[in-house]
Design a protein around this ligand. Structure first.
Ligand SMILES: Nc1ncnc2c1ncn2[C@@H]1O[C@H](COP(=O)(O)OP(=O)(O)O)[C@@H](O)[C@H]1O
Ligand SMILES: Nc1ccn([C@@H]2O[C@H](COP(=O)(O)OP(=O)(O)O)[C@@H](O)[C@H]2O)c(=O)n1
Length: 256
């Protein structure tokens, strides 16, 4: 797999000939689904002019492609062929392109845009099923780490602060009650003109939490040096201001 960034320069995980520049700042925002990671990550990346790593998108793409290839079915108790998912992962070329209109990052896979489909809860479930595989995580590891060699980076995920960037300048573990997170998803879906069932969403969010927090490799958990922030009763702006303050306390400079 290759991953390229906004300037479309491929990041080749096998290329050891390049001399690494001085280390750029890295900010990690980890936490469960719906905690508000993507929202705060986007604002930080905009304010600091850093690159953004949406690591969940990588797992979602692999999950979706594995489903399309018939390697995963809707049955959550199935046995998935790790070797086949790894081979599929290694065959993908992924590009991240920031989209200022939507406030999200558009994703191209093998040159083709992946639509909003990749963001839905079903694909989130597929992602968490293949995310338990150590070989798949390993295949994605260096590609993620290489994104911090060109500019400052804000990275959103589950294991950014614990595994991918253990030496990061700032680590935040953003959480919220499962009910608050499910409520946010409902609002998000309704705003997008879709239907949403609170109980069904709450059940899938809890199932994903369970799988992500209890897997053996890179479980979702706060790094020892992370700021823990519960956003259940905080609005998105207050969360941003608190994370910004923490970044400043750790020596990150904002122009505005
Ligand atoms: N603190 C907050 N309070 C209420 N809604 C929020 C908050 N932070 C984010 N949201 C909204 O909740 C939804 C999920 O946020 P998102 O940033 O995508 O979460 P995550 O990346 O952790 O899954 C979005 O619609 C977002 O606008
Ligand atoms: N660094 C990461 C990011 C995501 N993931 C997996 O990918 C799934 C989708 O991640 P996501 O960040 O896109 O999900 P949301 O938090 O946006 O719902 C998660 O439930 C995890 O199983 C992971 O294992 N490690």
């Amino acid at each position: 797999m290759t991953v390229s960034t906004a300037d479309n320069t491929p990041l080749n995980s096998d290329d050891t000939s390049q001399v690494k520049p001085l280390r750029y700042p890295v900010i990690c925002i980890d936490g469960p689904s719906g905690a508000g990671k993507g929202t705060v990550t986007w604002r930080l990346a905009q304010a600091l002019n850093y690159q953004l790593l949406d690591s969940g998108a990588l797992y979602r793409i692999v999950g979706l492609k594995a489903f399309e290839a018939g390697l995963i079915t809707a049955d959550t108790n199935q046995t998935i062929d790790e070797t086949a998912v790894l081979a599929l992962t290694q065959s993908l070329e992924i590009a991240f392109v920031p989209n200022n209109e939507s406030g999200r990052v558009d994703i191209l896979v093998n040159g083709e845009a992946v639509g909003e489909q990749v963001r839905n809860e079903t694909v989130g479930g597929y992602a968490s099923q293949i995310a338990v595989f150590p070989t798949v995580r390993q295949a994605l590891l260096k590609l993620q780490q290489d994104m911090a060699t060109r500019s400052g980076l804000v990275a959103d995920g589950r294991d950014m602060g614990t595994v991918v960037f253990p030496d990061a300048d700032v680590k935040v573990y953003l959480t919220a009650s499962a009910e608050a997170r499910a409520e946010r998803r409902v609002t998000q879906l309704l705003n997008a003109g879709q239907t949403a069932d609170f109980e069904a969403i709450l059940t899938t969010i809890k199932a994903r939490d369970e799988r992500d927090e209890n897997r053996t490799t890179a479980p979702s958990k706060p790094a020892e040096d992370a700021l823990l922030l519960d956003s259940s009763t905080l609005d998105a702006n207050t969360v941003y201001e608190q994370v910004k303050k923490h970044c400043q306390d750790q020596g990150i400079c904002f122009n505005s």
